[in-house]
Design a protein around this ligand. Structure first.
Ligand SMILES: [Zn+2]
Length: 672
C-alpha cells in the first residue's frame, strides 16, 4: 500500500526541488489517518485452529450500483483443514457483517455473532487434517465504509463506484473470513453481480461474464495462494484496455496488464501505463519471474490511499493517473513480489512489504536513469526519515503505515544491506529469501535466517541494529596527515560512536580522500566504538569525506578535539590494509605497535606458502610503514596474504614468553 502523496514527492526528485508544501501535505495527510494506524492491537485473533484452503465469494452489488441501496447481500463458502488441534467442532471467523444463516452441506448449523467474531458450531467433530466446508449467508448493513466503499456519481466520481479496500484488517467488513495475513487460501473464486454496463474487476483471471436480463455476473478465479487483505473487487462503468508484457521466464510468455478507468481518462490511462513493461522487466531481472497470471490497475476516486497492491489488480487513486505517478506505479507492481508473493506473516513485519516495495521504486529508477538518480532518491528518503523519525524501531512499529519507518527507513536499510553485501550477494539474498517463502508468508526472523544462510555468516548483528533497534548511529570523526622524509604521507582517521540507545553499530565505511589532483575512495570496517584507521599515500591528502554516498543512516560531525596525538591513539596492535591495493609493483604495508616488541611481517601465497619475509626484528612503539616491491620477488598476479606477528618470533615458542602474541593477516592483490 502506498500513501497518497508519497509518489508525487518522489517523482519530483528527478526534476529537482522538493516543494516543502508537498512534504507537509504528505505528513498532514498521514497524521489525519489515526484510524488506520491504531489497528495493530486488533490484529491478533483467536488461536488459529484451521487453515483456510479456499474462499468462494458471491457478492450482489446490483442494487448498490443502481444507487438504490448502499448495502448488499452475499455468501461465502470457506473450505478449511483442521490444523493445529487434534479435533475441532467449533470455529471462529472474523465477520463485521450481519449473518442470515450458516450451512454445511446445505443444512443449517448454529452460530453466534458478537464483537465481529462469528462462532460456528460444526455439524460434527473434525479430526486434525480433515477438511470441512461452511457456507455463510451475509448482508452488509453497516453505515460506515470499512472495507467496502460506495460513491454515487459526482463531480469527482465520474460513474457510480464500489470497491473493497481492507489492509490491514478490514476484509471482515466485506466478507466473513479468517482475516489475518498468516493464512493464505490456496485459491479463491469471486463472483460479482452488477447492473449491465458495469465492469467488475478482481483477482486472477476472468472465468466468465454472463448477462441475464439487466444484470451481468463476473466470475474471477485466483489460482494462486492469497491472503484476505489482498482480495479485491472494484466495480464501475469502466472503460478498459490491456497491454502485454513478454516475460523472460520462460521466453515470450505474455503477461496481460488490464487497466480499468473512466472513459474521459482513456488517453491518460494509456500514457500512464507506458512504463509498466519496463518495470516488469526490471523487477523480473532482479526478483525473478512475475509471480501471477495477470496484472492490472483499477482507478478509483475518492480513495484514502495512493495505491493498494491487491493481488494481480492494484487499486490506484485517480490522482496518480492525472499526476503520472510512475514511482507509485512501480511501488505497487513491486508489491506483487514483496507483499503478495511473499507476504508479511504478521503486521509487525510490515517492512517486509513496504520497505521492499519502496526500495524497488529506486531500483527501477536506477534501472532506467542510472545510479546517480538512485542515490539522489535515497537521499531524499533519508532526509524525510531524519525529519520525521518517530523514534521507534522498524520491527513491530507503533504505527504500521508510518512513512518514515516502514517505508523509507525500510528501503534505506535495504540500501545499506546492498552496500554491506555488494550487489551480487545482496540480490542473491533477496532471491533466496523469495524462493524460500514464495506463495507463503515470512517474518523478519525468517528473512534474517535466509540471508544468513545465503551469505554464510550470521546476519543478526545487521538486523538487530537496523530493524529491531530504533534510530541510527551518531558518529564524530577527525583526521590528520603525517609525513616523513621518504615521501610517505600517513592519513589518520579517527571515528567514534556516540549514540546512547545502542552500544555499537557495525558497518563498513567509505572514506573519500581528496588530493590536489583528484581523489580516491577507501573502505574500512567500523566495528569498535572508538577506532582509528591509517592510510598511506605517496601524496598529501587535502580533505576527507566520510561516507560520501550517504549509504549509512547516521548523524556525523567532525570533532577537531577528537584525539589525534600519535602516541595516545596507539591502543593496540593493528595491521592496516596495504596501499595501493591492488598493486603492481609497489605497495606499502603499515602497522602500529603500542609497545616495543619483536615483529615478523611475512607474505604468503594463496596456498599458504611463505613467499617473502619483510620484517623479522624488534621494532619500537609507533606506526611503521614497510614499502614492498615485487621486483625483488618472482611473484605472479593473484591473491596474497601478509601476516603480522608481534611478540613471539616463532610459532613454536611457548606463548607468553615474550608477552602476548598478536597475529593478524590481511589480503592483498597483485594485478600485473
Ligand atoms: Zn506499499
Amino acid at each position: 500500500m502506498k500513501i497518497i502523496f508519497s509518489s508525487i514527492l518522489i517523482v519530483l526528485v528527478t526534476t529537482a526541488l522538493i516543494h516543502a508544501q508537498t512534504e507537509n501535505e504528505f505528513i498532514e495527510f498521514y497524521c489525519s489517518k489515526p484510524n488506520v494506524v491504531q489497528r495493530l492491537d486488533k490484529i491478533s485473533l483467536q488461536p488459529h485452529e484451521y487453515d483456510v484452503i479456499y474462499y468462494d465469494i458471491y457478492l450482489d452489488w446490483y442494487q448498490v450500483l443502481k444507487n438504490v441501496n448502499r448495502n448488499y447481500s452475499g455468501n461465502v463458502l470457506i473450505r478449511a483443514k483442521v490444523d493445529t488441534v487434534n479435533s475441532l467442532n467449533q470455529i471462529k471467523v472474523n465477520c463485521g457483517l450481519s449473518v442470515d444463516s450458516v450451512t454445511q452441506n446445505g443444512a443449517i448449523i448454529p452460530y453466534s455473532l458478537a464483537s465481529n467474531v462469528l462462532t460456528i458450531n460444526l455439524n460434527r467433530t473434525y479430526n486434525k487434517g480433515e477438511i470441512f466446508e461452511v457456507k455463510i449467508y451475509f448482508r452488509r448493513t453497516r453505515s460506515d465504509n470499512l472495507g467496502f466503499y460506495y460513491y454515487a456519481q459526482s463531480s469527482q466520481t465520474f460513474e457510480n463506484l464500489a470497491y473493497t479496500m481492507t489492509e490491514p484488517s478490514d476484509a471482515r467488513f466485506w466478507f466473513p473470513c479468517y482475516d489475518d495475513p498468516s493464512d493464505k487460501a490456496d485459491s479463491a473464486r469471486i463472483t460479482i453481480k452488477v447492473p449491465n454496463g458495469y465492469s467488475a474487476g478482481s483477482n486472477g483471471l476472468l472465468r466468465s461474464k454472463t448477462t441475464i436480463g439487466d444484470s451481468t455476473t463476473f466470475i474471477w478465479i485466483e489460482n494462486h495462494p492469497i491472503t484476505t487483505y489482498l482480495l479485491v473487487v472494484t466495480a464501475s462503468k469502466y472503460s478498459s484496455f490491456s497491454q502485454f508484457y513478454n516475460s523472460n521466464f520462460p521466453p515470450n510468455e505474455q503477461i496481460e496488464v488490464q487497466h480499468y478507468f473512466w472513459k474521459s481518462d482513456s488517453t491518460q490511462a494509456v500514457y500512464v501505463a507506458r512504463n509498466i513493461p519496463t518495470m516488469m522487466q526490471c523487477f523480473e531481472a532482479y526478483y525473478g519471474k512475475y509471480p501471477f497470471v495477470k496484472y492490472g490497475h483499477a482507478y478509483v476516486q475518492p480513495f484514502s490511499f495512493g495505491g493498494m497492491e491487491h493481488q494481480t489488480l492494484s487499486t490506484i487513486h485517480r490522482n496518480w493517473l492525472t499526476h503520472d505517478a510512475q514511482s507509485g506505479i512501480a511501488h505497487e507492481l513491486a508489491h506483487m513480489w514483496w507483499g503478495d508473493l511473499v507476504t508479511c506473516e504478521t503486521w509487525k513485519d510490515i517492512w517486509l512489504n513496504e520497505g521492499f516495495a519502496t526500495f524497488s521504486e529506486d531500483l527501477y529508477r536506477e534501472y532506467t536513469q542510472g545510479k546517480d538518480i538512485y542515490f539522489a532518491s535515497m537521499n531524499v528518503k533519508a532526509n524525510f526519515y531524519y525529519s520525521n523519525n518517530p523514534g521507534y524501531a522498524i520491527y513491530n512499529p507503533a504505527y504500521i503505515f508510518n512513512a518514515a519507518i516502514s517505508y523509507y527507513k525500510g528501503a534505506l536499510v535495504l540500501n545499506m544491506m546492498r552496500f554491506v553485501l555488494g550487489d551480487s550477494l545482496f540480490f542473491k539474498s533477496l532471491m533466496d529469501y523469495k524462493n524460500q517463502h514464495l506463495y507463503s508468508t515470512a517474518t523478519t526472523n525468517d528473512f534474517k535466517n535466509s540471508v544468513s544462510a545465503t551469505i554464510g555468516s550470521d546476519f543478526s548483528y545487521f538486523i538487530n541494529q537496523w530493524i529491531y533497534q530504533p534510530n541510527h548511529p551518531q558518529y564524530v570523526y577527525n583526521w590528520n596527515v603525517q609525513s616523513n622524509q621518504t615521501g610517505v604521507y600517513s592519513l589518520n582517521v579517527f571515528l567514534k560512536q556516540k549514540q546512547t540507545h545502542y552500544p555499537l553499530y557495525k558497518m563498513p565505511f567509505e572514506i573519500k580522500v581528496q588530493f590536489a589532483d583528484g581523489d580516491t575512495t577507501v573502505r574500512v570496517m567500523n566495528d569498535a566504538i572508538d577506532q582509528s584507521f591509517l592510510f598511506v599515500f605517496s601524496k598529501s591528502p587535502t580533505n576527507i569525506i566520510m561516507d560520501p554516498k550517504n549509504y549509512i543512516l547516521k548523524q556525523i560531525n567532525r570533532d577537531i578535539t577528537l584525539d589525534t596525538g600519535s602516541s595516545s591513539i596507539i591502543k593496540g596492535f593493528y595491521l592496516y590494509q596495504n596501499y595501493p591495493n591492488p598493486f603492481n609493483p609497489n605497495t606499502v604495508i603499515s602497522w602500529q605497535s603500542p609497545v616495543r616488541r619483536h615483529i615478523t611481517l611475512k607474505v604468503y601465497d594463496i596456498l599458504g606458502r611463505e613467499v617473502a619475509t619483510l620484517v623479522d626484528e624488534v621494532k619500537e612503539t609507533g606506526i611503521h610503514h614497510f614499502p614492498f616491491s615485487i621486483i625483488h620477488y618472482p611473484l605472479t598476479s593473484g591473491v596474497y596474504f601478509y601476516q603480522l606477528r608481534a611478540g613471539n618470533p616463532s610459532a613454536s615458542s611457548p606463548k607468553g614468553q615474550a608477552g602476548q602474541v598478536f597475529v593478524e593477516t590481511k589480503k592483498m592483490i597483485l594485478a600485473k
